[in-house]
Design a protein around this ligand. Structure first.
Ligand code: C2O
Ligand code: CU
Length: 434
Protein backbone atom coordinates (compact mmCIF):
# COMPACT_ATOMS: atom_id res chain seq x y z
CA UNK A 1 0.00 0.00 0.00
CA UNK A 2 1.12 3.59 0.20
CA UNK A 3 2.94 3.12 3.47
CA UNK A 4 1.00 4.48 6.39
CA UNK A 5 -1.90 4.78 3.96
CA UNK A 6 -2.23 1.04 4.39
CA UNK A 7 -3.71 1.15 7.82
CA UNK A 8 -5.97 3.98 6.77
CA UNK A 9 -7.11 2.02 3.75
CA UNK A 10 -8.39 -0.64 6.06
CA UNK A 11 -9.87 1.88 8.50
CA UNK A 12 -11.62 3.65 5.67
CA UNK A 13 -13.50 0.70 4.28
CA UNK A 14 -15.69 -2.12 5.39
CA UNK A 15 -13.50 -5.13 5.91
CA UNK A 16 -16.17 -7.27 4.30
CA UNK A 17 -15.80 -5.32 1.07
CA UNK A 18 -12.20 -6.46 0.54
CA UNK A 19 -13.11 -10.06 1.20
CA UNK A 20 -16.00 -10.20 -1.23
CA UNK A 21 -13.95 -8.46 -3.91
CA UNK A 22 -11.15 -10.99 -3.64
CA UNK A 23 -13.71 -13.77 -3.89
CA UNK A 24 -14.83 -12.50 -7.30
CA UNK A 25 -11.49 -13.37 -8.79
CA UNK A 26 -10.36 -16.82 -9.84
CA UNK A 27 -6.72 -17.41 -10.63
CA UNK A 28 -5.70 -18.72 -13.99
CA UNK A 29 -5.04 -22.44 -13.76
CA UNK A 30 -2.40 -24.55 -15.43
CA UNK A 31 1.36 -24.46 -15.79
CA UNK A 32 2.88 -20.99 -16.34
CA UNK A 33 4.50 -20.00 -19.63
CA UNK A 34 6.84 -17.63 -17.80
CA UNK A 35 7.98 -18.44 -14.26
CA UNK A 36 10.17 -16.03 -12.32
CA UNK A 37 11.55 -16.22 -8.79
CA UNK A 38 12.51 -12.97 -7.13
CA UNK A 39 14.18 -12.25 -3.81
CA UNK A 40 13.57 -8.81 -2.32
CA UNK A 41 16.21 -7.32 -0.07
CA UNK A 42 16.84 -4.08 1.76
CA UNK A 43 20.31 -2.58 2.05
CA UNK A 44 22.38 -1.16 -0.78
CA UNK A 45 22.00 -0.71 -4.52
CA UNK A 46 25.20 -0.86 -6.55
CA UNK A 47 24.99 1.46 -9.55
CA UNK A 48 26.74 0.51 -12.80
CA UNK A 49 29.56 2.88 -11.85
CA UNK A 50 30.19 0.76 -8.75
CA UNK A 51 28.90 3.45 -6.42
CA UNK A 52 26.63 2.15 -3.66
CA UNK A 53 23.51 3.95 -2.46
CA UNK A 54 21.05 2.89 0.23
CA UNK A 55 18.01 1.13 -1.23
CA UNK A 56 16.33 -2.11 -2.19
CA UNK A 57 17.11 -4.87 -4.67
CA UNK A 58 15.44 -7.79 -6.42
CA UNK A 59 17.79 -10.73 -6.98
CA UNK A 60 20.62 -8.43 -5.91
CA UNK A 61 20.06 -5.66 -8.45
CA UNK A 62 18.00 -2.57 -9.09
CA UNK A 63 16.29 -2.36 -11.47
CA UNK A 64 15.26 -5.94 -10.75
CA UNK A 65 15.35 -8.53 -13.55
CA UNK A 66 13.41 -7.59 -16.66
CA UNK A 67 10.46 -9.93 -17.13
CA UNK A 68 9.72 -10.82 -20.76
CA UNK A 69 6.47 -12.49 -21.74
CA UNK A 70 4.54 -13.00 -24.94
CA UNK A 71 0.95 -11.88 -25.31
CA UNK A 72 -1.32 -14.62 -23.96
CA UNK A 73 1.34 -16.09 -21.66
CA UNK A 74 0.43 -17.12 -18.15
CA UNK A 75 3.00 -15.32 -16.00
CA UNK A 76 3.85 -16.61 -12.54
CA UNK A 77 6.13 -14.62 -10.27
CA UNK A 78 7.06 -15.77 -6.80
CA UNK A 79 8.70 -13.19 -4.59
CA UNK A 80 10.40 -13.99 -1.31
CA UNK A 81 11.04 -11.18 1.11
CA UNK A 82 14.50 -11.71 2.49
CA UNK A 83 14.99 -8.48 4.45
CA UNK A 84 12.54 -5.68 3.61
CA UNK A 85 11.57 -4.78 7.15
CA UNK A 86 8.28 -3.01 6.36
CA UNK A 87 7.14 -5.93 4.21
CA UNK A 88 6.70 -5.59 0.44
CA UNK A 89 4.48 -6.52 -2.51
CA UNK A 90 4.68 -6.48 -6.31
CA UNK A 91 2.21 -4.39 -8.32
CA UNK A 92 2.06 -4.84 -12.12
CA UNK A 93 1.89 -1.22 -13.18
CA UNK A 94 -0.24 -0.82 -16.30
CA UNK A 95 -1.14 -4.50 -16.60
CA UNK A 96 -4.86 -5.05 -16.15
CA UNK A 97 -4.42 -8.11 -13.93
CA UNK A 98 -7.18 -9.78 -11.89
CA UNK A 99 -7.79 -7.80 -8.71
CA UNK A 100 -6.36 -10.44 -6.37
CA UNK A 101 -2.98 -10.16 -8.16
CA UNK A 102 -2.80 -6.35 -8.17
CA UNK A 103 -0.30 -6.37 -5.31
CA UNK A 104 -1.62 -3.45 -3.27
CA UNK A 105 -0.87 -4.04 0.40
CA UNK A 106 -3.86 -3.27 2.57
CA UNK A 107 -6.26 -3.48 -0.38
CA UNK A 108 -5.72 -6.70 -2.35
CA UNK A 109 -3.28 -8.52 -0.06
CA UNK A 110 -1.23 -8.19 3.11
CA UNK A 111 2.35 -7.04 2.73
CA UNK A 112 4.77 -9.97 2.42
CA UNK A 113 6.71 -10.02 5.69
CA UNK A 114 10.39 -10.90 6.02
CA UNK A 115 10.83 -14.65 5.53
CA UNK A 116 7.53 -15.03 3.66
CA UNK A 117 6.77 -15.39 -0.01
CA UNK A 118 3.87 -14.64 -2.33
CA UNK A 119 3.00 -15.88 -5.81
CA UNK A 120 1.35 -13.73 -8.47
CA UNK A 121 -0.31 -15.27 -11.51
CA UNK A 122 -1.86 -13.45 -14.42
CA UNK A 123 -2.35 -13.81 -18.15
CA UNK A 124 -0.46 -11.11 -20.06
CA UNK A 125 -3.32 -10.21 -22.37
CA UNK A 126 -2.07 -6.85 -23.57
CA UNK A 127 1.23 -6.48 -25.44
CA UNK A 128 3.30 -3.50 -24.41
CA UNK A 129 5.79 -1.91 -22.05
CA UNK A 130 5.00 -2.13 -18.35
CA UNK A 131 6.83 -2.26 -15.05
CA UNK A 132 6.43 -3.80 -11.66
CA UNK A 133 7.12 -2.31 -8.24
CA UNK A 134 6.41 -2.72 -4.57
CA UNK A 135 3.12 -1.20 -3.39
CA UNK A 136 3.98 -1.12 0.29
CA UNK A 137 5.49 2.10 1.69
CA UNK A 138 5.80 2.94 -2.00
CA UNK A 139 7.25 6.39 -1.46
CA UNK A 140 10.29 4.69 0.09
CA UNK A 141 10.47 1.31 -1.61
CA UNK A 142 9.89 2.37 -5.23
CA UNK A 143 12.13 5.40 -4.89
CA UNK A 144 14.69 3.11 -3.21
CA UNK A 145 14.75 0.67 -6.14
CA UNK A 146 12.19 -2.08 -5.61
CA UNK A 147 11.03 -2.29 -9.22
CA UNK A 148 11.80 -3.76 -12.65
CA UNK A 149 10.60 -3.66 -16.25
CA UNK A 150 7.97 -5.98 -17.71
CA UNK A 151 7.68 -6.37 -21.47
CA UNK A 152 4.81 -8.22 -23.09
CA UNK A 153 5.83 -8.94 -26.67
CA UNK A 154 3.06 -9.06 -29.29
CA UNK A 155 1.73 -12.49 -30.18
CA UNK A 156 3.52 -13.89 -33.22
CA UNK A 157 1.96 -12.68 -36.45
CA UNK A 158 -0.27 -10.12 -34.75
CA UNK A 159 -0.88 -6.72 -36.34
CA UNK A 160 1.44 -4.94 -33.94
CA UNK A 161 4.24 -7.52 -34.03
CA UNK A 162 7.48 -5.61 -34.64
CA UNK A 163 9.01 -5.68 -38.12
CA UNK A 164 11.89 -8.12 -38.15
CA UNK A 165 14.25 -5.28 -39.10
CA UNK A 166 13.49 -3.32 -35.94
CA UNK A 167 15.54 -4.09 -32.83
CA UNK A 168 14.46 -3.29 -29.30
CA UNK A 169 16.18 -1.46 -26.47
CA UNK A 170 15.18 -0.56 -22.91
CA UNK A 171 15.58 2.77 -21.18
CA UNK A 172 14.37 2.52 -17.59
CA UNK A 173 14.81 5.91 -15.93
CA UNK A 174 15.29 6.13 -12.18
CA UNK A 175 16.84 8.56 -9.73
CA UNK A 176 18.75 6.87 -6.90
CA UNK A 177 19.61 9.21 -4.01
CA UNK A 178 19.72 12.18 -6.36
CA UNK A 179 21.59 10.37 -9.17
CA UNK A 180 19.66 10.08 -12.42
CA UNK A 181 20.20 6.75 -14.23
CA UNK A 182 19.04 4.79 -17.28
CA UNK A 183 19.08 1.03 -16.75
CA UNK A 184 21.11 1.72 -13.60
CA UNK A 185 23.80 3.67 -15.53
CA UNK A 186 24.66 7.35 -15.30
CA UNK A 187 25.23 9.75 -18.21
CA UNK A 188 25.49 8.31 -21.73
CA UNK A 189 24.37 4.70 -22.02
CA UNK A 190 25.60 3.03 -25.23
CA UNK A 191 23.38 0.72 -27.25
CA UNK A 192 25.12 -1.00 -30.16
CA UNK A 193 23.16 -0.96 -33.44
CA UNK A 194 24.01 -1.03 -37.13
CA UNK A 195 23.95 2.03 -39.42
CA UNK A 196 20.42 2.49 -40.75
CA UNK A 197 18.95 0.20 -38.09
CA UNK A 198 15.62 1.18 -36.59
CA UNK A 199 15.47 0.78 -32.82
CA UNK A 200 12.30 0.69 -30.74
CA UNK A 201 13.24 1.99 -27.32
CA UNK A 202 10.91 1.13 -24.45
CA UNK A 203 11.20 4.08 -22.09
CA UNK A 204 9.91 3.68 -18.52
CA UNK A 205 9.76 6.55 -16.03
CA UNK A 206 9.91 5.08 -12.53
CA UNK A 207 10.46 8.50 -10.92
CA UNK A 208 7.88 10.68 -9.20
CA UNK A 209 8.24 13.63 -11.52
CA UNK A 210 7.82 14.04 -15.27
CA UNK A 211 10.76 13.94 -17.67
CA UNK A 212 11.17 15.09 -21.27
CA UNK A 213 12.22 12.66 -23.99
CA UNK A 214 13.78 13.79 -27.28
CA UNK A 215 16.18 12.49 -29.93
CA UNK A 216 18.97 13.88 -32.09
CA UNK A 217 16.97 13.07 -35.20
CA UNK A 218 13.39 12.37 -36.20
CA UNK A 219 11.65 9.87 -33.94
CA UNK A 220 8.27 8.20 -33.89
CA UNK A 221 6.21 7.67 -30.73
CA UNK A 222 4.98 4.11 -31.37
CA UNK A 223 3.14 3.45 -28.11
CA UNK A 224 2.02 5.16 -24.92
CA UNK A 225 1.48 3.19 -21.69
CA UNK A 226 1.67 -0.07 -23.65
CA UNK A 227 -0.86 0.84 -26.34
CA UNK A 228 0.24 1.32 -29.95
CA UNK A 229 -0.71 4.60 -31.58
CA UNK A 230 -2.44 4.58 -34.96
CA UNK A 231 -0.23 5.88 -37.81
CA UNK A 232 2.11 8.07 -35.79
CA UNK A 233 4.32 10.32 -37.93
CA UNK A 234 7.97 11.30 -37.39
CA UNK A 235 8.56 14.08 -34.85
CA UNK A 236 11.33 16.68 -35.09
CA UNK A 237 12.18 19.66 -32.88
CA UNK A 238 9.83 18.55 -30.14
CA UNK A 239 10.20 16.68 -26.89
CA UNK A 240 7.52 14.42 -25.50
CA UNK A 241 6.50 14.41 -21.85
CA UNK A 242 6.85 11.16 -19.93
CA UNK A 243 5.05 11.48 -16.65
CA UNK A 244 5.76 9.53 -13.46
CA UNK A 245 4.93 5.84 -13.90
CA UNK A 246 4.26 6.20 -17.64
CA UNK A 247 5.92 4.50 -20.61
CA UNK A 248 6.67 5.52 -24.19
CA UNK A 249 7.87 3.26 -27.01
CA UNK A 250 10.00 5.48 -29.22
CA UNK A 251 11.44 4.46 -32.58
CA UNK A 252 14.69 6.05 -33.65
CA UNK A 253 16.77 5.35 -36.78
CA UNK A 254 20.54 4.97 -36.41
CA UNK A 255 22.24 7.30 -38.95
CA UNK A 256 23.56 5.71 -42.18
CA UNK A 257 26.90 7.51 -41.95
CA UNK A 258 28.39 5.46 -39.11
CA UNK A 259 27.64 8.00 -36.39
CA UNK A 260 25.33 7.46 -33.43
CA UNK A 261 22.11 9.19 -32.39
CA UNK A 262 21.15 10.26 -28.87
CA UNK A 263 17.80 9.57 -27.28
CA UNK A 264 17.59 11.81 -24.23
CA UNK A 265 15.47 10.83 -21.27
CA UNK A 266 15.81 14.05 -19.30
CA UNK A 267 18.85 16.29 -19.52
CA UNK A 268 21.38 14.12 -17.70
CA UNK A 269 20.86 10.71 -19.29
CA UNK A 270 20.72 9.53 -22.89
CA UNK A 271 20.77 6.28 -24.78
CA UNK A 272 23.45 6.52 -27.51
CA UNK A 273 22.44 4.30 -30.41
CA UNK A 274 25.05 3.42 -33.02
CA UNK A 275 27.91 1.14 -34.04
CA UNK A 276 30.49 0.25 -31.39
CA UNK A 277 32.62 3.27 -30.52
CA UNK A 278 30.61 5.68 -32.68
CA UNK A 279 30.04 9.25 -31.56
CA UNK A 280 26.68 11.00 -31.34
CA UNK A 281 26.43 14.76 -31.83
CA UNK A 282 25.17 16.70 -28.84
CA UNK A 283 21.56 17.78 -29.13
CA UNK A 284 19.82 20.53 -27.22
CA UNK A 285 16.39 20.08 -25.69
CA UNK A 286 13.65 21.36 -28.03
CA UNK A 287 11.55 24.15 -26.59
CA UNK A 288 8.29 22.82 -28.08
CA UNK A 289 6.47 19.75 -26.81
CA UNK A 290 4.58 17.13 -28.77
CA UNK A 291 0.87 17.18 -28.02
CA UNK A 292 -0.43 13.61 -27.91
CA UNK A 293 -4.00 14.97 -28.06
CA UNK A 294 -3.59 15.53 -31.80
CA UNK A 295 -0.83 13.03 -32.71
CA UNK A 296 -1.48 10.06 -35.02
CA UNK A 297 -4.67 9.15 -36.85
CA UNK A 298 -8.11 8.87 -35.28
CA UNK A 299 -9.80 5.48 -35.05
CA UNK A 300 -13.03 4.16 -33.60
CA UNK A 301 -13.11 3.42 -29.90
CA UNK A 302 -14.20 -0.08 -28.83
CA UNK A 303 -17.06 1.43 -26.80
CA UNK A 304 -19.55 4.28 -27.12
CA UNK A 305 -18.74 7.30 -24.96
CA UNK A 306 -21.73 9.39 -26.05
CA UNK A 307 -24.04 8.10 -23.32
CA UNK A 308 -21.88 6.98 -20.36
CA UNK A 309 -23.37 4.91 -17.53
CA UNK A 310 -21.36 6.84 -14.94
CA UNK A 311 -19.83 10.29 -14.95
CA UNK A 312 -17.36 11.04 -12.17
CA UNK A 313 -15.44 14.09 -11.07
CA UNK A 314 -11.92 13.71 -9.69
CA UNK A 315 -11.17 17.19 -8.45
CA UNK A 316 -7.69 17.57 -6.97
CA UNK A 317 -7.26 20.20 -4.27
CA UNK A 318 -5.20 20.93 -1.20
CA UNK A 319 -5.95 22.24 2.27
CA UNK A 320 -4.69 22.16 5.84
CA UNK A 321 -5.98 19.44 8.10
CA UNK A 322 -5.05 16.25 9.90
CA UNK A 323 -3.95 13.05 8.22
CA UNK A 324 -3.30 10.05 10.44
CA UNK A 325 -3.34 12.49 13.35
CA UNK A 326 -0.62 14.68 11.83
CA UNK A 327 -1.36 18.31 11.01
CA UNK A 328 -0.24 19.48 7.57
CA UNK A 329 -1.20 20.64 4.12
CA UNK A 330 -2.84 17.60 2.56
CA UNK A 331 -4.27 16.72 -0.84
CA UNK A 332 -8.01 16.47 -1.32
CA UNK A 333 -10.25 14.67 -3.80
CA UNK A 334 -13.53 16.49 -4.42
CA UNK A 335 -12.80 18.57 -1.32
CA UNK A 336 -12.52 15.51 0.95
CA UNK A 337 -9.45 14.24 2.68
CA UNK A 338 -8.37 10.62 2.83
CA UNK A 339 -9.92 8.36 4.12
CA UNK A 340 -13.18 10.28 3.76
CA UNK A 341 -13.05 10.24 -0.05
CA UNK A 342 -16.12 8.30 -1.23
CA UNK A 343 -15.34 5.38 -3.54
CA UNK A 344 -16.24 5.60 -7.20
CA UNK A 345 -18.80 2.83 -7.51
CA UNK A 346 -19.37 1.08 -10.84
CA UNK A 347 -21.12 -1.98 -12.13
CA UNK A 348 -19.37 -4.41 -14.48
CA UNK A 349 -19.87 -3.31 -18.08
CA UNK A 350 -20.40 0.37 -17.30
CA UNK A 351 -18.96 2.97 -19.63
CA UNK A 352 -17.36 5.50 -17.31
CA UNK A 353 -16.40 9.09 -18.08
CA UNK A 354 -14.14 10.72 -15.52
CA UNK A 355 -13.34 14.41 -15.43
CA UNK A 356 -10.01 15.04 -13.69
CA UNK A 357 -9.38 18.63 -12.66
CA UNK A 358 -6.17 19.83 -11.06
CA UNK A 359 -6.91 22.85 -8.89
CA UNK A 360 -3.43 22.87 -7.31
CA UNK A 361 -0.12 24.42 -8.28
CA UNK A 362 1.70 21.09 -8.79
CA UNK A 363 1.40 18.55 -11.59
CA UNK A 364 0.02 15.11 -10.80
CA UNK A 365 0.67 11.84 -12.70
CA UNK A 366 -2.72 10.21 -12.14
CA UNK A 367 -2.66 6.40 -12.22
CA UNK A 368 -5.72 4.17 -12.43
CA UNK A 369 -5.17 0.52 -11.52
CA UNK A 370 -6.67 -2.38 -13.45
CA UNK A 371 -8.02 -0.39 -16.41
CA UNK A 372 -6.85 1.65 -19.38
CA UNK A 373 -8.66 4.87 -20.12
CA UNK A 374 -8.81 6.80 -23.36
CA UNK A 375 -8.32 10.58 -23.33
CA UNK A 376 -11.41 12.37 -24.66
CA UNK A 377 -10.47 16.00 -24.15
CA UNK A 378 -8.23 18.47 -22.37
CA UNK A 379 -9.60 21.83 -21.22
CA UNK A 380 -12.61 21.29 -23.44
CA UNK A 381 -10.55 20.61 -26.57
CA UNK A 382 -11.51 17.22 -27.99
CA UNK A 383 -8.83 14.66 -28.83
CA UNK A 384 -8.29 14.48 -32.59
CA UNK A 385 -5.29 12.16 -32.90
CA UNK A 386 -4.86 8.44 -32.43
CA UNK A 387 -6.86 7.00 -29.55
CA UNK A 388 -4.58 7.92 -26.65
CA UNK A 389 -4.84 5.19 -24.01
CA UNK A 390 -3.33 5.84 -20.62
CA UNK A 391 -2.88 4.33 -17.23
CA UNK A 392 -0.67 7.21 -16.06
CA UNK A 393 -1.71 10.70 -17.15
CA UNK A 394 0.06 14.00 -16.41
CA UNK A 395 -2.50 16.52 -15.19
CA UNK A 396 -0.84 19.92 -14.95
CA UNK A 397 -2.02 22.81 -12.75
CA UNK A 398 -5.44 24.16 -13.81
CA UNK A 399 -5.87 21.44 -16.42
CA UNK A 400 -9.03 19.42 -16.87
CA UNK A 401 -8.94 16.08 -18.66
CA UNK A 402 -11.91 13.97 -19.62
CA UNK A 403 -11.08 10.29 -19.87
CA UNK A 404 -13.29 7.24 -20.49
CA UNK A 405 -13.00 3.55 -19.76
CA UNK A 406 -15.10 0.43 -19.54
CA UNK A 407 -15.50 -1.07 -16.09
CA UNK A 408 -14.50 -4.56 -17.22
CA UNK A 409 -12.25 -5.78 -14.40
CA UNK A 410 -14.20 -6.36 -11.16
CA UNK A 411 -12.49 -5.58 -7.89
CA UNK A 412 -11.31 -2.78 -5.72
CA UNK A 413 -8.80 -0.54 -7.50
CA UNK A 414 -6.68 2.42 -6.53
CA UNK A 415 -6.80 5.62 -8.55
CA UNK A 416 -3.99 7.78 -7.19
CA UNK A 417 -1.21 10.20 -7.88
CA UNK A 418 2.03 8.43 -8.88
CA UNK A 419 4.12 11.18 -7.40
CA UNK A 420 4.33 8.75 -4.50
CA UNK A 421 4.85 11.25 -1.69
CA UNK A 422 1.61 12.89 -2.90
CA UNK A 423 -0.20 9.56 -2.57
CA UNK A 424 1.17 9.21 0.94
CA UNK A 425 -0.15 12.72 1.59
CA UNK A 426 -3.67 11.72 0.60
CA UNK A 427 -3.97 11.89 -3.18
CA UNK A 428 -5.73 8.54 -3.30
CA UNK A 429 -9.20 7.38 -4.29
CA UNK A 430 -10.67 3.94 -5.04
CA UNK A 431 -12.83 2.47 -7.76
CA UNK A 432 -15.13 -0.25 -6.53
CA UNK A 433 -17.54 -2.62 -8.26
CA UNK A 434 -20.95 -3.01 -6.65
CU1 C2O B 1 2.57 2.16 -10.02
CU2 C2O B 1 -0.62 2.29 -7.43
O1 C2O B 1 1.04 2.19 -8.67
CU1 CU C 1 0.44 14.39 -7.24
Amino acid sequence: DMGDMGDMDMAGMEHGATTSVADLVTKADGPPDVAVDLVAAQGEVTLASGRKVPGYTLNGTSPGPQIDARQGDLVEVTVRNESVTDGMTLHWHGVDVPNADDGVAGVTQDAVAVGEEHTYRFVAEQAGTYWYHSHQVSHEQVIGGLFGALVVHPARGSRNAADSDTVEAMAVAHTYSGTRTLNGEEGDVPFVAEPGQRVRVRVVNTDNGPTQVWAGGPYVVRAVDGYDLVEPTPVTDRSVTLTGGARLDIEVAVPDDGSAVRLHVGGATALVLGPEGSVAPEVTQPTEKLDLLSYGSPADLPFDVSDPDRTFDYDIGRRPGFLDGRPGLWWTVNGKMFPDVPMYVVREGDVVVMRIHNGTSEDHPMHLHGHHAVVLSRDGVAATGSPWWVDSLAVDPDETYEIAFVADNPGLWMDHCHNLPHAKEGLVAHLMYE
